[in-house]
Design a protein around this ligand. Structure first.
Ligand code: ADP
Ligand code: ZN
Ligand code: ZN
Length: 801
């Protein structure tokens, strides 16, 4: 074994394949697949990071031209064989580079510029190496610090678990440490004699040490929990009975007490669902189940009990939730069932916390992982079940390189581990539901709410008439119900749909709309900071008093943000105590959780928010749900616009009447006859599915056709357009006749951050030439990159803006 195959951190088409490097003698037999290494690359002395993806043997005469690996970055693999295989499949499937896929799989703290430390655990024979650790337990680990020979020894020690490695990001993810004491006493009987009978604290401490003679004891805990004074501890240090050390503190992102919660007795539909999945777990069958259950039908309980079966089977479970639905409530339900066996990964954690959770998973300390999209790469080694809750959610698709869909990765990993997948939703994606229809997935239905609780009664209010009457965003009917609900001591959830354009400024004299100077999008008004902001590039400026074009004072703000809605509502109903939940109020860490806790404690009776509040909330006293504007998503240039509207309305309606109280929903709309809105009001997914399938069939869209979006962008509009036509001509000449090519057209938001975007949509059923043609486009685009041109290929896109 003298040669390693390395994927280098140079994301280009030419380097999208492993490079061979010589393994230096001191690393022979120690280097493993999945470790990161530093290698020389190209001419000169440039050094780059790389991943070892294979180790092999080459005849001596073949290796003379090879460069050598400079050093190792890990003492043990950070990626296992499964994930390396997955990265290569993913790169191919998403037209991205394998290095981007590999980097995507690791916590960000390991991607950034980092340093590492090694920590000595216990004694080592090697005198010279031991001397390096003489003054402290933990020392920096880098190639300037250790000779090659020492590196080699460290690698051996790591295998025997005598040292521990830790990665840090400068100033950011330094592991927290705290003081602990380590026992030095060998003969406890002798020491007991030495201590005076009156020194109660010292006797207590001695007993504690006797009980845990081999492990570090945290000083803070000894003082707080055992009521032993610091002076007693210091006294022991002086006598040499204990020695003080610093130990790494595990950041625990979960701050709540765990109240273990027992499995519920399943109803018969849930039981059938659990049985089916259990059988697949037991038989190691990589079956995909589509669990279609109305809101409040107890899908989560099905997840929890099947997870339990995977654990009983000595395997692990991976549960994915859309970021926005990863509410403290959801996390709490899983934590309260499985306790410390659960690791959680979501954007609310600090980088350090994420890294700690990842490490717990990698070391096999977590049996259940709950997380948003990126958690699909959790380094679990023996998966028995994968769950995607709210499988239709658009956030499962990554909108950046690598443009993977979590569902595809889940199904790939399930096949690798021979385990089932549950795709759960009240409103499955049309793609998944159609696959179930064909028998590719196994459909399981939960048609009823728990305890036969009826679905909430839904009223559609036509706002065209309301606006004529009084011009408010609250209809008379909604206001009446709001008052009544509040007076009864119940609670209300109000949703303000903010997809699309809202809160923009218009001059009534000249018609000027305040636009972002860098993007083709209107600026959004933010009352809290008194600024107009661009949601695409972050540009911001003060709210103007006069029109910047004609200097008229006759300017008006259109659309309504949550702030304005809250202000209006407070005026109309003074007894409304409102909590606002949107991007602005949830920016700070823990803010999201805080708002929900307050609402749960009845510190407010109205929760007013954006889409954020539509998913996963389970509050028993919410009896009224109001949707202020159901339409804003409907006219977006996106073939899934109706599906999204249907999903959102169904989800948010499901927040009402979840316990024994009846729920009511009021949907305000300017399109009362729209089928998506009408069918959402009866939560009739099956009927919506039929209707929407007909329309997709007529228009040749998914799930009848596959879609690929090619986006061409440049700072020069001319260059973007020219290249877009070239790409589209090339595709037209090389793809099969049945394949449909739309465009190129400027993207709906044609300019963002001063770049101009053109897009081409490819629709196809089967096209043998497609892969090669797109690889060619990818290759050609590489040459143009230096000229500032970018080409992105997005399979099954969910975003057309
Ligand atoms: P979904 O995820 O389908 O919206 P949930 O899992 O949140 O539904 O269940 C709705 C409510 O019913 C929750 O409060 C849950 O605790 C409760 N529940 C679920 N299954 C049962 C059961 N078998 N018996 C009693 N209550 C249940
Ligand atoms: Zn004007
Ligand atoms: Zn902008």
């Amino acid at each position: 074994m003298n040669v390693a195959d390395v994927i280098v951190d140079v994301p280009t088409m030419q380097t999208n394949t492993p490079y061979s490097y010589l393994i230096p003698d001191d690393l022979k037999g120690r280097l493993e697949t999945g470790m990161r290494v530093v290698v020389p690359f190209g001419n000169g002395n440039r050094k780059v990071e790389g991943f070892v993806v294979g180790i092999g043997n080459l005849a001596q005469d073949k290796t003379t031209t090879l460069k050598s690996i400079s050093s190792i970055m890990d003492l043990s693999p950070v990626l296992n064989n499964e994930l390396i295989k997955l990265s290569s499949w993913m790169a191919n499937k998403t037209y991205s580079f394998q290095i981007s896929c590999l980097l995507t799989m690791l916590p960000s703290v390991m991607k950034a510029e980092y340093s590492s430390t090694v920590e000595l655990i216990g004694e080592i024979d090697d005198k010279s190496l031991a001397n390096r650790f003489k003054k402290q337990q933990v020392i920096p680990f880098d190639e300037d610090h250790f000779s090659k020979a020492e590196m080699a020894k460290l690698s051996d020690l790591k295998k025997r678990n005598q040292i521990k490695m830790t990665y840090h990001v400068q100033n950011k993810a330094k592991p927290k440490t705290e003081l602990a004491i380590l026992n030095q006493i060998t003969d406890f009987a002798e020491v007991t004699q030495e201590i005076s009978k009156n020194a109660t604290a010292q006797i207590k401490l001695l007993k504690l040490l006797q009980k845990f003679p081999d492990q570090p004891l945290i000083q803070r805990k000894i003082v707080n929990e055992n009521a032993i004074s610091i002076s007693a501890i210091n006294n022991f240090v002086k006598k040499g009975f204990v020695k003080k050390i610093r130990v790494e503190k595990y950041r625990n992102p979960y701050k709540h007490q765990i109240v273990l919660n027992k499995p519920k007795k399943l109803n018969s539909d849930q039981q059938i669902a659990v049985n089916k999945v259990d059988r697949a777990i037991a038989q190691h069958h990589d079956r995909v189940f589509l669990l279609e259950g109305v809101t409040g039908s107890g899908k989560t309980e099905v997840y929890l009990q099947t997870i339990q079966h995977a654990i009983n089977d000595k395997r692990q479970a991976l549960m994915l939730v859309p970021e926005i639905a990863l509410t403290p409530q959801m996390v709490g339900r899983v934590k309260n069932r499985f306790g410390s066996q659960v690791a959680i990964i979501h954007s609310g954690l600090s980088n350090g916390e994420k890294y700690d959770e990842w490490r717990r998973i990698n070391q096999g300390e977590a049996q259940v992982v709950v997380g948003a999209r990126s958690a699909i790469f959790a380094p679990l080694k023996n998966i028995g079940l994968i769950i995607l809750d709210e499988e239709h959610d658009a956030s499962y698709k990554q909108d950046d390189n690598p443009r993977y869909h979590t569902r595809d990765v889940a199904i790939w990993r399930a096949a690798y581990h021979h385990c089932p997948v549950i795709l759960g939703s009240a409103t499955p994606s049309l793609e998944s539901r159609a696959r179930a229809e064909k028998g590719v997935y196994d459909l399981i239905l939960l048609p009823n709410r728990i305890n036969q609780q009826s679905l909430p009664q839904v009223t559609i209010v036509d706002m065209t008439q309301e606006i004529e009457k009084h011009g408010d965003i609250f209809s008379t009917e909604l206001l009446n119900d709001l008052k009544q609900t509040i007076n009864q001591g119940n609670q209300v959830v109000l949703m303000l749909n903010r997809r699309g354009f809202s809160s923009f400024m218009l001059c009534r004299d000249c018609g000027h709309v305040l636009m972002c100077p860098n993007c083709d999008i209107s600026l959004t008004m933010h009352l809290d900071s008194h600024t107009m902001k661009c949601h695409y590039c972050g540009f911001e400026e003060a709210i103007p008093n006069i029109c910047p074009v004609c200097h008229s004072k006759n300017i008006r703000y259109f659309g309504t943000g949550t702030e304005r809605a809250a202000q209006q509502l407070e005026k109309l109903i003074p007894e409304a105590k409102i909590l606002r939940m949107d991007v602005d109020t949830t920016k700070r860490k823990g803010a999201h959780e805080n708002i929900l806790r307050k609402f749960g404690n009845h510190e407010a009776n109205v929760l007013l928010g954006t889409q954020m509040i539509a998913k996963g909330l389970d509050f028993p006293d919410v009896t009224l749900v109001g949707v202020l504007n159901a339409d804003t998503g409907l006219d977006l240039p996106d073939f899934r616009a109706s599906e999204r509207t249907f999903d959102l309305l169904t989800q948010v309606s499901g927040r009402a009447g979840r316990s024994d109280k009846n729920g009511k929903v009021i949907i305000q709309t300017f399109n009362p006859d729209n089928y998506a809105i009408k069918l959402a009001s009866t939560q009739n997914y099956e009927k919506f599915f039929q209707k929407e399938m007909e329309l997709r069939h007529l228009a040749d869209y998914a799930p009848y056709y596959f879609t690929i979006k090619v986006t061409i962008s440049s700072l020069s509009e001319h260059q973007a357009a020219k290249e877009a036509y070239q790409v589209s001509n090339y595709l037209k000449g090389n793809l099969e006749k049945d394949t449909i090519i739309l465009g190129p057209t400027p993207r709906p938001i044609a300019r963002v951050k001063s770049r101009y975007y053109y897009q081409i949509i490819i629709k196809y059923k089967r096209d043998q030439n497609l892969d090669q043609a797109l690889k060619h486009v990818q290759q050609v685009s590489q040459k143009e990159i230096r000229k500032g041109l970018r080409i992105a290929i997005d399979p099954e896109p969910v975003n057309f803006m």
